[in-house]
Write a protein that binds this ligand. Structure first.
Ligand SMILES: Cc1cc2nc3c(=O)[nH]c(=O)nc-3n(C[C@H](O)[C@H](O)[C@H](O)COP(=O)(O)O)c2cc1C
Length: 367
């Protein structure tokens, strides 16, 4: 029953009522200026009401040139604080912790949205599906501005009453692009050696930790290894990075392998799953969490038994908004996708989000 017992974050003293977290999920429901949309508020507070101990928001951009999608939550200006305060109050009203995931898209912030040529650690041509984008190399000024933007975003999250932020260091966005040998060929202090490639994420983490009170959490999400076109991540370096970030003061390490039960590709013949390696490498006082294909209560309990301190639920939480309540019953059998549009509307997904999920194969079915 560990799944339903509270968890105290030792570095901040924050308490989650259980070990069940809503995964950060882009839902395209924010207003064009990045302010909180009504549907996004309903989607997230519904999951707090239904018993998720922790609610992660979707990736929210820390600067206007870091936006990745239309309808994305913004945290780059003080105008965002009003909506975010309403959201944190809504989440806290049901007793859950609220964490804003903060990010910059880097190469993956299209000019069509930002009006600016995308930039990254190094110049490259990025191809996703059939689209190619010419990406320029970051200047020292770009990097300094990005650091300040992350820090200012964390301050806004704090002022909005959130319990913390998560630095999105995964899934091929700016922080990941600096860590990756595939997109970072710099020869200055921001690239080359492992120590230099991880300097950006470490600098941001340490700066936030030094400026905000210790009760405000700063966690980090990492991709543990290469996934699809996002290459240049070595599993042993990821483990090392997780340990270093924990030593730098991270309040939690959130691993995103897309399959929580997976073994690392690098040690596929070994015994251990990715999360077991991370649990061994990160000091015990720093929780590790993971997401990916957790659907049933058995899945969630299994991931905790492998050493994850939280079961982070993504797609299952879209179709089953009351997942924590349902999972309390021993005989809970999760309803799997595809879901009808009406089913998703009942689960408080707005029409923009349902349309977006239509692009996820096999998730939405026309009535
Ligand atoms: C619609 C959707 C949007 C997502 N957006 C984000 C995001 O903004 N930030 C992030 O770190 N991960 C994002 N993810 C990944 C999830 O957080 C999660 O790691 C992944 O879906 C695997 O968990 P699941 O199998 O339970 O869905 C997204 C996933 C989905 C399905």
């Amino acid at each position: 029953m560990k799944l339903f017992t509270p968890y105290t974050f030792s570095r901040s003293g924050k308490i989650s009522n259980n070990r069940i977290a809503l995964a950060p999920m882009t839902n395209t429901q924010s207003n064009d200026d990045g302010t909180l949309g009504e549907d996004e508020f309903r989607f997230l507070t519904r999951r707090a009401r239904e018993g998720f101990g922790m609610i992660f928001t979707c990736a929210s951009h820390v600067s206007a040139d870091g936006q990745g999608w239309r309808g994305e939550l913004g945290i780059f200006d003080d105008m965002h604080i009003e909506g975010l305060s309403r959201l944190s109050n809504g989440i806290h009203g049901y007793g859950s912790l609220g964490i804003i995931q903060i990010f910059h898209g880097g190469a993956r912030s299209p000019e069509s949205l930002t009006g600016k040529q995308p930039w990254s650690a190094s110049a490259h041509t990025m191809t996703i599906s059939k689209d190619s984008t010419v990406v320029r190399e970051a200047t020292e000024e770009d990097i300094e501005k990005a650091i300040e933007a992350f820090v200012a975003a964390a301050r806004r999250a704090y002022e909005s009453g959130f319990d913390g932020v998560e630095l999105h260091g995964a899934h091929g966005y700016l922080l990941h692009q600096f860590i990756s040998t595939f997109t970072n060929h710099r020869t200055d202090q921001w690239g080359g050696s492992f120590e230099n490639r991880i300097r950006l994420i470490r600098t941001i983490l340490k700066k936030i930790k030094s400026l905000l009170p210790s009760s405000f959490m700063t966690g980090v999400r990492l991709s543990p290894e290469d996934k699809l076109s996002f290459k240049g991540i070595d599993f042993d370096e990821s483990l090392e990075l997780a340990g270093i970030l924990a030593d730098d003061g991270a309040d939690f390490i959130h691993v995103s392998p897309w399959d929580a039960f997976k073994k690392p590709d690098k040690y596929a013949d070994g015994e251990k799953t990715i999360i077991e390696y991370f649990r061994e490498r990160v000091p015990a006082e720093v929780p590790v969490m993971t997401a990916g294909k957790i659907w049933s209560r058995t899945d969630a309990e299994k991931i905790l038994s492998l050493g994850s301190d939280f079961a982070v639920i993504g797609k299952a939480a879209l179709g089953i908004p009351d997942w924590p309540k349902k999972a309390e019953a021993e005989n809970f059998i999760p309803q799997m996708p595809p879901y009808t549009i009406n089913h998703l509307r009942d689960a408080d997904l707005g029409d923009a989000f349902i349309k977006y999920m239509g692009g996820w194969k096999g998730f939405v079915i026309e009535e």
